[in-house]
Design a protein around this ligand. Sequence first.
Ligand code: 9MG
Length: 285
Amino acid sequence: TSPQFDCNGRILRLDRPRVMGIVNITPDSFSDGGAHFDAEAAIAHGLRLAQEGADILDVGGESTRPGSQEVPVEEELRRVVPVIEGLARNTALPISIDTSKPEVMRAAIKAGAGMLNDVYGLRREGALDAAAELGMPVVLMHMLGEPRAMQEAPEYDDVVGEVHRFLAERIFAAEMAGVARKNIIADPGFGFGKTVAHNLQLLAQLRRFTELGVPVLAGLSRKKTIGELTGRDEPRQRVHGSVAAHLIAAQNGATIVRAHDVAATVDALKVWAAVAAVAPPRKDA
Ligand SMILES: Cn1cnc2c(O)nc(N)nc21
């Protein structure tokens, strides 16, 4: 039987690779040009991703791209709560909250979100306890340093081994804090303190992370690595490269991929799942 997650009453079944659609609420996403954000536009975008076949919607109010600055908690709450409420009212899909702040985790779950997606791997003050108290599925992701400086000159002796060890430690810390192991998802954090070479090694050896004994999430959508490999400077032109990378991630054991372009990714994974259904059992299974 395949793992499944109870996301605040909404079920996410990992019987096949699933697509986490991205709903970013940041000034450079849904804004009417002003400094404030159009919650309605973000909600409409999330509903469109649901129409395109997303299995879960990831709502984020603080950009974590390289060089990004922190957003004050009041601001982050102002951005995400109305969107989560709007989405929860209009779709039956599970909703994850992309945040590292315990206060935002609590408010998001109260508003109807059912999964925590923390790029800091619950390392912020109070995050482990919040995750344990909320009792929801949680994604633990690897990041080297902080978004502001993580891409300056990332270095590893053995990127796969070091990311693997970090995730094993965070899983252990989460379990010690009271997070149920069945609620944990691991994520190597593509692009979070990694060069293109590091990202390629992590993707090529992604199956190593399934040894952690929890589902693996991969997020490469429209990232700089895809742009560099394809020569596409414009993120919107990185759809094909992103779909290729997520297919490889599925082939290498990921059961959730985090994507902007949901329809394209859903179609690709349908082809992947049809072949996987008739493939001979894996020798290392
Ligand atoms: C918020 N966010 C941006 N990239 C991500 C990734 O690769 N994984 C997860 N879990 N979250 C991400």
